[in-house]
Design a protein around this ligand. Structure first.
Ligand code: ADP
Length: 464
């Protein structure tokens, strides 16, 4: 039995940053992953491939606006199979980079291909292609991620998931004429937005009365109103079943709306009904506490109820974002260094979330409805992109920057950005939230002109 200081179950964002940190400090770490490669689902089938496709579509959008920029050129078009090739190449490029990083750290860090399961609180069994291996680990990080959750309806097997669309070497290399998307979470809405820009006939079928129900209502509705109007939004529905259509190779989705049974035909049906944690075998046997929904309970130190066992990233279900997982992983590392007496804590408020639609929408921190539930009075201010120099240069005038301050302290506690550069602007706002900057400091940020970041200070100045 091999002894190690740290074993991570999963080598994605929740696992590898801690493993590298410990290895750098001379500790022995091993990462176990069913894929046998580092970087988890984000690179294989999630954020990187989906955003790579998005960037190709962004270039296409700009190319279509060429005359606005005073440019010329005919035959602006796209070949979806080439976009997929581009996506696969970016994924391969990043895999090569990770392989180099792993090679450089190999003295203290190993990656093992296999499936991990708990024997007891320290002993983990790895089932590999060449048999079993047993590790005795001083500390363990469960970072086994999440997978698409599938509605228990008839015909669910006819649906694809985001994995099928975005995975490395996907079989879906041609664009469908039409797609029905079940669920209006961020994966469904992003995919709808991408495909509609490419001329696909898109319908979203959603149970509740708006998109992005896990996010702030005002934020979600602002974005909803800016999405491509060609996306058909069916709200307040109950999805009944998916069948093969009799007339064509399409699928038929049946759902109830306003008390009536409706159907829609589509070439592809995407199950976009969220993601659920994947947990390794044996966690219940060793007494790891789960919540009512089956997610591993964690403290802000990312520890489970067993102090040397951590649950980092998508598996704890708190914030299913790669960069959150990465920070959580480093919190684990710091607490392991401190002998599992916590010295570092995760601040989930200081993490940006971006929906990479057209336009993009990003938020962070405490937004009005949470502030209200916490009894915090807020003062808010905003800046419309219609008056912004960069937005005017690109003629992307929709959207806003909105900032929320604690009315007592006048410190920033939350923000959102919808529109141009949202995913970048939210970074500066997160830094402000993380450091509790007050309105005077925010108002005096001398951001580069002419960029969309100027609006961050301009919004704050309105409160002075
Ligand atoms: P996160 O971003 O939270 O780290 P990811 O989903 O990106 O999550 O990565 C989780 C990784 O864990 C995936 O590569 C998955 O294959 C792997 N994994 C899941 N369950 C096990 C298991 N029992 N043993 C080994 N690896 C696992």
């Amino acid at each position: 039995m091999e002894q190690v200081d740290l074993l991570t179950i999963g080598a994605g964002g929740g696992g590898y940053p801690a493993a590298f940190r410990l290895a750098k400090a001379g500790k022995q770490a091993v990462m176990v992953d069913t894929k046998g490669i580092m970087s988890g689902n984000c690179l294989e089938q999630g954020c990187v491939p989906s955003k790579t496709i998005r960037e190709a579509i962004e270039v296409y959008r700009l190319a279509k606006k060429r005359e606005y920029f005073g440019l010329k050129g005919d035959n602006i078009g796209f070949d979806y199979s080439k976009i997929i090739e581009f996506k696969d190449n970016v994924q391969k490029f990043r895999y090569e980079q990770h392989a180099k990083e792993l090679e450089e750290a190999k003295k203290n860090l190993k990656l093992l291909k296999g499936v991990a399961s708990f024997i007891d609180e320290h002993i983990v069994k790895i089932t590999t292609e060449n048999g079993e291996k047993i590790y005795n680990a001083k500390n363990i990080i469960i970072a086994s991620g999440a997978e698409p959750s599938i509605l228990p309806i008839d015909g669910a097997e006819y649906c694809i998931t985001s994995t099928d669309l975005y995975i490395l070497n996907t079989k879906i290399k041609t664009l469908p004429k039409s797609i029905a998307i079940l669920g209006a979470g961020y994966i469904g809405v992003e995919t709808a937005s991408f495909f509609s820009e490419l001329g696909v006939n898109v319908t979203i079928i959603q149970r509740s009365k708006r998109i992005l129900t896990s996010m702030e209502e005002r934020f979600a509705l602002l974005l909803q109103n800016l999405l491509n109007p060609k996306i058909k939004l069916e709200f307040e529905t109950e999805i009944k079943k998916v069948e093969k259509s009799n007339e064509s190779s399409d699928y038929k989705v049946s759902y109830i709306k306003d008390g009536k049974l409706k159907t829609i035909n589509a070439e592809l049906v995407l199950m976009g009904t969220g993601r659920k944690p994947v947990t390794p075998e044996g966690i219940e046997k060793i007494g790891i506490e789960l919540d009512a929904k089956g997610k591993i309970k964690i403290k802000n130190s990312i520890q489970t109820n067993i102090p040397h066992i951590y649950a980092s990233g998508d598996v704890n279900g708190v914030q299913m974002l790669f960069h959150s997982a990465e920070r959580q992983s480093l919190v684990c590392a710091n607490n392991i260094f401190a002998g599992n007496t916590p010295i570092d804590y995760m601040n989930f408020n200081a993490v940006p979330t971006t929906v990479f639609t057209f336009p993009k929408a990003a938020y962070a921190g405490i937004l009005p409805s949470k502030a209200a539930s916490m009894g915090i009075d807020i003062l808010e201010t905003s800046y419309d992109f219609i008056v912004d120099s960069k937005a005017q240069i690109y003629n992307e005038l929709n959207g806003e920057i909105r900032e929320f301050f604690d009315a007592k302290t006048m410190k920033i506690i939350g923000a959102w950005v919808i529109g141009i550069d949202a995913e970048l602007l939210i970074g500066e706002l997160v830094t402000a939230i993380q450091n509790s900057l007050d309105v005077h400091t925010m108002a005096s940020l001398p951001n580069q002109h002419p960029t969309s970041s100027e609006g961050i200070a301009k919004a704050a100045r309105k409160l002075l």
